[in-house]
Design a protein around this ligand. Structure first.
Ligand code: ATP
Ligand code: MG
Length: 416
């Protein structure tokens, strides 16, 4: 028997329903914030991710799904969306308009060791805001993630906040950090030994080395900010406070990517089920990224959120996900096509409606009624066909009415 690849999922039944519900939920939610949907390719040329995410990161070094296509081009399944969105922004010259606010929702692929909350194909929802550098916009982006999760019923979460400072601050900090880390070189893991010269900041992100006290006590970005960066960070914190978004400062939080600047944040959950995969959402400001991909200097900020991790939480929390209820089940006991015409009319008028196509008897059809829990059951036998009416049974009160075929929609409009 053929099986799905390791680290992928089939979602159907309740899981399929929740997944689809979340997609619709996110789309409606983002309308409130006036973000436009963007769809970018599932695969891009490999170079985009090498440049856009950076060599030396876990994602690019170990986790990408790379392939050579039949035209001998090196391609990669997207491990995240930011690089693709920025590529599109530059390629389509979207920078002509001052501010663009995008959101996306789709699969991302990483070759990781599968476990709860860590998949090889997973779903990311995220936003990217381009063309504006304003502390209240940083707060808006963080509030999108926080409010969306809160409204879904996610509790036990914490917004962690830090700043990396602007380019000048980071150059200064990098030097201090390098001088500190180089003294510990022999204790660093092999990967970090290489990172030391390329980007020492990534060492603070390392799953092994970051656990050691020497690394934990490394100099913090916050102590090396220039005046501009310090003021900006204060403004972001004030903006969050004015919106009542709770946060904790975490000077150890770094996103070890070259292009991150100033604000970085994560939303983590202390939910046991998630184990170490407890980061629900991560993001930050990246004022240098468009230039790195050959575009004009454009400030940007965004985050990515793991939908499957949210699903694990929602199921454990038994959060309220409204059930999709069928309006009408048609119980057809006639031989005519009449019942199918009623079915088609009802659906055309906006009522969700089902019928049995497999020739079940009455008992079998009532079982379907129990399964679908429709608001109404419409019974159609030979009498109904000949008299051009239907019998409508209210599935809650169990009362029955005879309704003329021509008046059925009007009847339902008044009652549902
Ligand atoms: P982690 O430290 O958990 O590996 P990350 O830093 O690699 O996370 P990001 O690249 O910031 O993650 O991706 C944003 C979000 O996407 C994460 O916070 C998480 O919710 C989700 N995510 C990342 N990798 C996976 C995966 N393999 N399976 C499921 N969700 C994932
Ligand atoms: Mg990871």
């Amino acid at each position: 028997m053929l099986q799905k690849p390791k680290g992928t999922m089939d979602l159907y039944g309740e899981d399929g329903y929740i997944y689809n519900y979340l997609y619709n939920y996110v789309s409606n939610f983002m309308e409130l914030y006036n973000y436009e949907f963007i769809k970018v390719p599932t695969f891009e040329v490999t170079e985009l991710f090498y440049r856009g995410i950076g060599e030396g990161t876990d994602i690019v070094n170990k986790e990408t799904y790379d392939f050579v296509d039949k035209g001998d081009r090196k391609m990669t399944l997207r491990p995240e969306f930011t690089a693709g969105v920025i590529r599109s922004y530059i390629e389509n010259k979207l920078y002509i308009s001052q501010v663009r606010k995008f959101y996306y929702f789709g699969s991302a692929f990483r070759y990781e060791r599968p476990q709860n909350g860590r998949l090889r194909e997973f779903t990311q929802f995220g936003v990217e805001v381009l063309g504006v550098r304003n502390a209240f916009m940083d707060a808006e982006v963080i509030s999108v993630a926080f409010r969306l999760l809160s409204k879904l019923g996610v509790t036990n979460m914490c917004v962690k906040l830090n700043t990396l400072g602007d380019k000048d601050s980071r150059i200064k900090y990098r030097e201090v950090l390098y001088n500190y880390l180089v003294k510990d070189k022999e204790n660093l893991c092999d990967t970090c030994k290489e990172r030391l010269d390329k980007n020492p900041l990534r060492i603070l992100d390392c799953k092994f080395d970051s656990e050691r006290d020497y690394i934990k006590n490394a100099p913090k970005t916050i102590d090396y900010l220039n005046e501009d960066s310090r003021v900006y960070y204060e403004e972001v914190k004030m903006a969050l406070e004015s919106l009542d978004i709770p946060y904790v400062e975490d000077s150890g939080l770094v996103r070890g990517l070259d292009y991150y600047s100033d604000t970085v944040f994560e939303i983590v959950s202390d939910f046991e089920e998630l184990g170490k995969a407890n980061t629900l959402c991560a993001g930050g400001r990246y004022d240098g990224l468009t230039e790195l991909l050959d575009g004009p200097h454009t400030p940007g900020i965004g985050f990515g959120m793991g939908i499957e991790r949210i699903m694990i939480m929602l199921k454990e929390l038994e959060a309220f996900i409204p059930k999709n209820r069928l309006d009408v089940f048609i119980m057809n006991m006639s031989d005519s096509s009449y019942a199918y015409q009623v079915l088609d009319d009802l659906r055309s008028s906006g009522y969700s409606c089902e019928i049995d196509y497999t020739g079940k008897n009455m008992k079998g059809m009532w079982k379907l009624v129990d399964k679908y829990e429709p608001s109404y059951v419409i019974i159609i036998g030979e009498d109904e066909v000949n008299g051009n009416y239907v019998t409508v049974k209210d599935n809650v009160t169990k009362e029955e009415y005879k309704v003329n075929a021509s008046e059925l929609i009007e009847y339902l409009d008044m009652n549902i």
